[in-house]
Design a protein around this ligand. Structure first.
Ligand SMILES: [Zn+2]
Ligand SMILES: [Zn+2]
Length: 279
């Protein structure tokens, strides 16, 4: 009410008195409003979730070895029309079997409604996970959560082929920008959606494995000095370029020209995994 402000200077005492009476009432009202709101951020995190809320790479040894967890379950959540191809998931699971000592690796799929947004940030992905993730580490089983999104990464620059294909943002969580993968695949006659999906899944999982120097120490120095936590060996799956559209397509094209089917970990990355409990 703009009219009232004129009197404030003249009736300072009255104003102060009014303030003294109304401030506690106001605070009480605010408290009531806040408590009645269903705000997940203010709720304490249940204990059973805590081991799955660590930093990327923090569970590398638990994922690679079978001392604590002999089995792995992957909760694959996707928006309608964005379920990953069976071929990509099969190649991805073979990769996990090849590098870890897990005796059983299973994938559980679940469709969730679209958020109806064009882009998705890591924070939004983490908030969504809070609502939709159902599997957490239990007994002998370590749980991984992967969201196949119908949105693109925030900050993408498609004109310069700087589009992000995936991101691992916690020790057992990642987002795959499935919409971006589909549109890249649509531009190529030789490279399929499954090729890009499996390479993206394996690269992002490489970070959950703790590569490079992200929870799994390096045996020999091979970290890309310009791109932390990535590998400097040519054609290695953990090269930084691969997480962007242009780099991914470039690498897949050059590998296919060499007759090599898919990007793989180089000897240095494998050595690191073996030294941290992997195969
Ligand atoms: Zn990466
Ligand atoms: Zn490497």
């Amino acid at each position: 009410m703009p009219g009232n402000t004129v009197n404030l200077g003249q009736n300072n005492a009255f104003y102060r008195m009014k303030k003294n009476i109304f401030l506690p009432l106001l605070l009480l009202a605010l408290t009531l409003v806040q408590c009645s709101k269903d705000d997940p951020i203010t709720e304490p995190t249940p204990d059973f979730k805590a081991p799955n809320l660590l930093a990327t790479g923090a569970s590398a040894n638990d994922i690679l070895a079978n001392d604590t967890y002999s089995d792995m379950v992957i909760e694959a959540v996707y928006n309608p029309g964005f379920r990953p191809t069976a071929a990509a998931v099969s190649e991805f699971v073979s990769f996990l079997e090849e590098r870890t000592f897990k005796t059983d690796i299973s994938v559980v799929y679940r469709e969730i409604p679209s958020e109806g947004v064009e882009t998705y940030s890591i924070q939004e992905a983490a908030d969504l996970e809070e609502d939709v993730r159902t599997l957490y580490n239990e007994d002998d089983t370590i749980a991984i959560y992967i969201y196949f999104s119908d949105a693109a990464s925030e900050g993408d620059d498609p004109q310069n082929e700087l589009v992000t294909l995936g991101a691992s943002y916690r020790n057992t969580s990642m987002i795959i920008y499935e919409k971006t993968i589909k549109s890249l695949a649509a531009q190529s006659s030789e490279i399929t959606e499954a090729d890009i999906e499996s390479a993206t899944l394996m690269h992002e999982f490489g970070h959950l494995f703790g590569l490079v120097d992200l929870g799994t120490p390096q045996v020999n120095q091979h970290q890309d000095l310009l791109a932390p936590n990535h590998c400097d060996v040519d054609d290695c799956l953990m090269q930084a370029e691969i997480q962007f559209g242009g780099g991914m397509m470039g690498m897949l094209q050059s590998l296919s020209a060499k007759g090599s089917p898919a990007p793989a970990l180089d000897a240095e990355c494998i050595l690191d995994l073996q030294a941290n409990g992997g195969k």
